[in-house]
Design a protein around this ligand. Structure first.
Ligand code: 0WD
Length: 254
């Protein structure tokens, strides 16, 4: 029970196909106590049963990260119900549909600002607001994709956001290292989730990754979950600022 005695909050479960669900499953299997958040009332219906599944019925909170007051309220709720926590999972991204296909140079400033706010700045804001609750030996994890390092067709605006998220991970890791807080990202291979459905020709990405990765297969949320659990646990106590690929090795190919 590697996570026994560890408490944390997972942001970004939309349903049981979400990567965040895979991470929750792996952490709960190793004894972690988990709080969940949901974006809005329609997702609440999905997230509440998931929280119940992991014995967290009393720790499910609303949190739309585009609303600073909801992040502040989350901190108050967690403090009241759980006290100190040891980990945060940020598994959130959003870009308006116009930014996920078509000509890159057509992207509007409005779409750009929304994508950067929800997919990048939210990591900084969530960590800053929850920092008073983080224990001396804690771990923060976010989710990125290879399209933030290299060109991937249609990933467009989200690619730019992921590049910013990966550097945010590194700058946060440096800044928070002195406080005993580690910050890492998993760069997951493509997985069919709600968020992925918004990306143009996603099925092609899945097929391409499967055919051209060393392991000749796509990754599952359980595989990302297990790697996530490692980065959230003390097994990775000397790992911070890392972009850890869980992609069947796709990123090493020329
Ligand atoms: O292929 C993939 N699916 C990959 C996803 C490959 C590599 C990385 N990722 C990343 C995504 O970019 C994201 O950062 O993993 C993270 C989780 O994505 P997911 O598990 O693929 O997708 P999903 O199950 O849809 O969860 C993302 C959730 C949202 O779902 P919807 O579908 O409703 O947009 O992020 C949440 C929401 O629950 N979210 C927000 N949460 C709080 N405040 C907000 C917001 N403003 N916007 C979206």
């Amino acid at each position: 029970m590697i996570m026994k005695g560890k408490k944390g909050v997972i942001l970004g479960v939309a349903n049981n196909k979400s990567i965040a669900y895979g991470i929750a499953k792996a952490c709960a299997a190793q004894g972690a106590e988990i709080a969940f958040t949901y974006l809005n009332d329609s997702l609440k219906k999905r997230v509440v049963p998931i929280a119940e599944e992991f014995g967290s019925a009393d720790c499910v909170y609303p949190c739309d990260v585009s609303k600073p007051e909801e992040i502040k309220a989350l901190k108050e709720s967690i403090e009241k119900d759980m006290g100190k926590i040891d980990f945060i999972v940020h598994s959130i991204a959003f870009a308006p549909k116009e930014g996920l296909s078509g000509r890159f140079y057509d992207i509007s400033k409005e779409a750009f600002d929304i994508a950067m706010d929800i997919s990048v700045y939210s990591l900084i804001e969530v960590v800053r607001e929850l920092k008073p609750l983080l224990s001396e030996n804690s771990s923060v994890l976010t989710l990125t994709y290879y399209g933030g390092a290299k060109y991937i067709p249609n990933y467009n605006l989200m690619g730019v956001a992921k590049a910013a998220l990966e550097m945010t991970t590194k700058y946060l890791a440096e800044d928070l290292g002195k406080d005993g807080i580690r910050v890492n990202a998993i760069s997951a291979g493509p997985i069919k989730t709600l968020a992925a459905a918004g990306i143009g020709d996603f099925r092609f990405m899945l097929k391409w990754n499967e055919a051209h990765s060393p392991l000749k297969k796509n990754v599952s949320i359980d595989e990302v979950g297990n790697s996530g659990m490692y980065l959230l646990s003390d097994l990775s106590s000397a790992v911070t600022g890392e972009i850890h690929y869980v992609d069947s090795g796709f990123n090493i190919m020329g």
